[in-house]
Design a protein around this ligand. Sequence first.
Ligand code: SAM
Length: 312
Amino acid sequence: MRAYYRSLRPLVLWRETARPLDWRQLFGREAPVELEIGFGNGDYLVARAQQHPERDFVGIELEWEGVQRALRRVAGAGLTNVRLLLGDARPILARAIAPRSLHRLYALFPCPWPKKHHHKHRLFDQRQLQLVNSRLHDGGEFYLLTDHEEYFQWVLSNLTDTGFSAFARTVPPQVHTKYEQKWLAEGKTRFYELTLTKTVHCEVPLTEDVPMETYRVPVFDPSRFQPADIHEAVHVVFKETRYDPVHQVAMVRVVVSEDDLVQHFWIDIAREGNEWRIRPALGCGVLPTVGVQRALDAVRDACLSLSPAQRP
Ligand SMILES: C[S@@+](CC[C@H](N)C(=O)[O-])C[C@H]1O[C@@H](n2cnc3c(N)ncnc32)[C@H](O)[C@@H]1O
């Protein structure tokens, strides 16, 4: 089997770590912190961390493949000033990164999602730019580079009330990332660059965890168990239930979507004495949210075979 990374040490399990993340504790020193969203293979993050050993660098990437490649590069370069986070940058910024804690933030060639019905996936609408602003120190900088003119214009159109002054221009290739090389190979020689400097602070407080209520119920009948999906402000979709009669444990697979956060996890229903204990399965790294609580409530109601009218 091919070893994709040499050390997991730079990886921060942000779901399991106290939030907001404490840079001083994570890096073991006090230094300016830069953050890259969607670092891909980590080309730019690693190069910049090598150029600036006096700074600390945090990368967020949605895809595990990219994180593995970046881990290998960080180890190969012997860097100690890089930490990597796997996941969607939006909930990570909202939940794990303290306001006014970053000196610089950047995104190189973010996915432009050109089709209209995919625009909802685009990064850096007005609300996300306000979030980016809030996480930067006063005077901090957000740097965006893209090959896609229509996406670039869309980001520019979102700048109202985001507390930034903007400087936009086209530039030649300069960051040497995988996607810059890709567009260069396709004949693109000018890219759209946007530098936003924070002039006014946008107040976007950290999204706090919701205290979780787990349950114990007197009955559970796996043959009748049918939790009901929820489609309201939060979406809760139950995918499957597996029951182990020997150990008297059921596992319920569920997907919870709320705002920008989608969580896939299991809820377990385990026999304990005369009762059944309902809680998110250990090891799923679930963020305690309103949606997760709704999923637990629905499992409890299904155990008790409560109709919607009977539910507390
Ligand atoms: C077009 S690639 C660019 C990668 C790299 N910056 C480069 O220049 O080669 C966009 C990257 O952003 C990542 N990405 C997309 N949406 C993201 C999100 N919401 N949070 C974090 N990363 C994201 C993708 O997985 C992908 O690696």
